[in-house]
Design a protein around this ligand. Sequence first.
Ligand SMILES: Nc1ncnc2c1ncn2[C@@H]1O[C@H](COP(=O)(O)OP(=O)(O)O)[C@@H](O)[C@H]1O
Ligand SMILES: [Mg+2]
Length: 179
Amino acid sequence: MEYVVTTRDLTRSFGGFVAVDRLNIRIERGEIYGFLGPNGAGKSTTIRMLCGILQPTSGTGTVLGYDLIRETEKIKSKIGYMSQKFSLYDDLSVWENLNFYAGIYNVPGKERKKRVEEMIAMAQLTGREDELAANLSGGWKQRLALGCAIIARPSILFLDEPTSGVSPTSRRMFFNKGG
Ligand SMILES: Nc1ncnc2c1ncn2[C@@H]1O[C@H](COP(=O)(O)OP(=O)(O)O)[C@@H](O)[C@H]1O
Ligand SMILES: [Mg+2]
């Protein structure tokens, strides 16, 4: 069996408070895996450790075979991450946000324009290319943020409550397009 995520006793404390307590999971390639739990359960903290953004306090793990503690830069270059807060640049347009993310994720220069156009079509943002991200409503921002998260065709996509606070219609559209 090929596992794209494994953890062994993965733990994260903040001061004396244990936010994630000895988590053991295995996720297979192709699997859709969800964390359920109330606010404060440790879902976001877990995702941040799996993305290589937050160091565990103890325990170990791998993402795409890379070590969660020693190979975080490798992990970051291979994953997509859409955080609970929007990670868009308000003063850049739709097109500029996508082009910027293509740049930081090292999409080859000659492919960038095509990829940006693909993401605009996927997110149904055609005609809004020049609108500033700041002026988009919640549902449109989420579509754009999804486009930014997958423009580099990541092997794994981490979504942290990507549709909290948007309408049921936007939510349905998001998950249909995200598959
Ligand atoms: N940077 C931090 N500093 C201190 N406490 C934190 C920090 N990040 C998260 N926590 C605490 O860890 C717990 C888990 O938070 P979180 O992972 O955001 O939960 P969830 O995403 O399931 O709502 C909460 O009690 C939160 O207050
Ligand atoms: Mg959270």
